[in-house]
Ligand binder design. Structure first.
Ligand code: B12
Length: 503
């Protein structure tokens, strides 16, 4: 039996007819970052589980076709959507579907991952293409967006919809359309089949922009915990069971990555640090020493093995301090360890996505600590010279002009900490993104095109300000606080980290 897993093209959006003199925008605006040289985050793991683990099925032959890697620079017009009276061209980035024809024809089952709603249009289109080419082929899909809305995929071409992990024996069953919810132990996910990716050396992109000089490649995705019991309404993973890997399995997994030639890790836990503290009503009240020691040992081991790493999915930065708001320096030093190897390459942490989320009504969100604690973390990280930090603020639908003014002021303040006297060379970018209509906000959008479910646009029309006002106020603050990233995004769609001088 043949299972082929296909990594599909991503999308890139271009706002074609928007002009704004004040912002210096007088041509098409590329809103939508697309990093095509990125390893598929789940497919090697899915293939490894099918091939290997206790539930693994040795009689299944499994392969991976990576349409992004085959032609990373190829772009094709996918569709045009309307946003607030403007035209947005959606480009499909990666090789054409025809390049997967051989894989489709030879498959009994085709496997796809769908993590992002905004990419789901491409997934649906591909499912149609595959069924036309080979009507008998079974299509299995898994991933975060599939978990969020399994019925959508069943209705649009999928046969087996996995809302949990891969279940190898399910792929062998010709039964009708179905949703499979199944969780396999961590150990069975420990050996992603990197050998099935035809050319590992092409995976040089992170999802957070080009990596700084000295970061070795290839770059792969990894996680050591999964789930998060927090209740943040804007996160699809909210309210799920939290689980942490055993150290022995983590070591086995890290060795496997190293032996497979992986040099850099994109660490993508839902909430890596959650287990480190104890909580009451969601607030930190103490430390869970066992879990804290485990995280410290784990990162000691990764550094010892010579990996470089980044946290593109963010860390709950409040957990870097104890219940009294004192920085946990030992934990921070382990997570942000940094050295150079004999070739001068970076070992250890080179980048953190730092989720600020909001400067307003922070008390209402259990995971957010006082700004003073947050400032301390920033100060410490910058003085230790982490190469890059990406700060992120969410613009919620009830944002007012005051929200933007406050964000501008607070970002200027944070920027002065970053560029302050203790700075060890850190570059940063300061971003604002609009609430995506996912999780509890799913459905509260006035646009039917999934491509507008990103965070560059303002997909809800509710709120005191109009979508266009929120969009423009966001751009104004971005330009003022972070002209380096602003210009780069507008012109090329690529994130850039600025090295600003102290004001
Ligand atoms: C890593 C990650 C990222 C990475 C990029 C990852 C990538 N795909 O390239 C980064 C950090 C850059 C990122 C950014 C963003 N992300 Co993100 N991200 C995630 C995260 C944490 C993991 C995604 C992932 O790789 N999962 C795979 C891992 C966890 O699972 P796995 O073990 O490999 O897969 C198992 C199963 O899923 C299943 N399975 C999966 N695929 C398949 C296929 C087959 C055939 C089978 C059988 C089984 C199967 O079996 C596997 C093994 O058992 C998810 C949350 C989550 N837990 O999924 C959010 C998530 C996908 N991100 C989300 C969002 C909104 C974003 C952002 C838009 C903004 C933001 N809030 O961060 C940006 C946009 C990125 C961009 N391109 O511009 C949302 C998406 C919601 C939605 N439905 O659209 C999620 C769900 C988180 C959330 N906040 O709610 N993200």
């Amino acid at each position: 039996m043949n299972v082929n897993l296909v990594h599909l093209p991503t999308i890139r959006l271009e706002l074609v007819d928007y002009r704004n003199k004040r912002l210096g925008i007088n041509g098409p605006m590329r809103l939508g970052n697309a990093y095509p040289n990125i390893m598929p985050s789940s497919l090697p793991r899915v293939a490894g589980a099918i091939r290997g683990g206790v539930g693994g099925e040795r009689e299944i032959r499994v392969g991976i076709t990576d349409l992004r890697a085959i032609a990373p620079l190829e772009e094709k017009h996918f569709k045009t959507v309307r946003w607030e009276g403007h035209r947005v061209d959606v480009m499909r980035v990666g090789a054409s579907f025809e390049q997967a024809e051989a894989a489709i024809r030879s498959s009994d089952v085709l496997g796809l991952s769908s993590h992002f709603t905004y990419e789901s249009g491409v997934i649906v289109e591909f499912m149609g293409f595959a069924k036309r080419l080979k009507p008998g082929v079974l299509i299995a899909v898994g991933g975060a967006d599939v978990r969020a809305r399994p019925e959508y995929y069943l209705q649009n071409g999928a046969d087996i919809v996995l809302t949990g992990d891969v279940k190898p024996e399910e792929l062998k069953s010709p039964r009708g359309k179905r949703i499979v919810d199944y969780r396999i132990p961590f150990g069975e996910l420990a050996k992603p089949a990197f050998d099935l990716l035809p050319n590992l050396s092409r995976y040089v992109d992170s999802h957070d922009g080009p990596v700084p000089e000295g970061v070795p490649t290839p770059i792969a995705f990894v996680y050591f915990t999964r789930g998060c019991f927090r209740d943040c309404g804007y996160c699809e993973t909210a309210g799920t069971r939290h689980e942490m890997i055993d150290l022995q399995i983590a070591e086995l997994m890290a060795r496997h990555y190293k032996d497979s030639g992986i040099r850099t890790l994109n660490i993508i836990d839902d909430n890596l640090l959650l287990g480190v503290r104890k909580y009451s009503g969601g607030k930190v009240v103490g430390t869970n020493e066992g879990a804290r020691d485990k995280v410290i040992s784990l990162f000691g081991m990764l550094g010892g093995m010579g990996f470089a790493w980044e946290f593109p999915n963010g860390l709950e930065v409040g957990l870097l301090a104890d219940e009294n708001g004192r920085l946990d320096e030992e934990l921070i030093r382990a997570l942000f360890y940094r050295a150079r190897n004999e070739r001068g390459e970076i070992v250890g942490a080179y980048r953190l996505y730092f989720p600020i989320e909001t400067f307003e009504k922070r008390e209402g969100q259990k995971k957010l600590r006082e700004l003073a604690v947050q400032d301390e973390v920033i100060r410490y990280l910058c003085s230790s010279g982490i190469p890059e930090i990406a700060f992120g603020v969410i613009i919620f639908e009830n944002a007012t002009r005051g929200t933007f003014d406050r964000t501008k002021e607070e970002y200027a303040r944070i920027k002065s900490i970053v560029t302050g006297s203790g700075n060890g060379g850190t570059k940063a970018r300061y971003t604002l993104f609009h609430l995506a209509p996912i999780a509890t906000y799913r459905g509260r959008t006035d646009y039917s095109d999934p491509e507008l479910t990103g965070f560059f646009y303002t997909p809800t029309v509710r709120g005191t300000l109009s979508p266009k006002e929120r969009f423009e106020l966001g751009l104004e603050v971005s330009l003022e606080v972070d002209p380096v990233n602003f210009r780069s995004m507008v012109e090329s769609g690529a994130y850039r980290y600025g090295k600003y001088s102290p004001e």
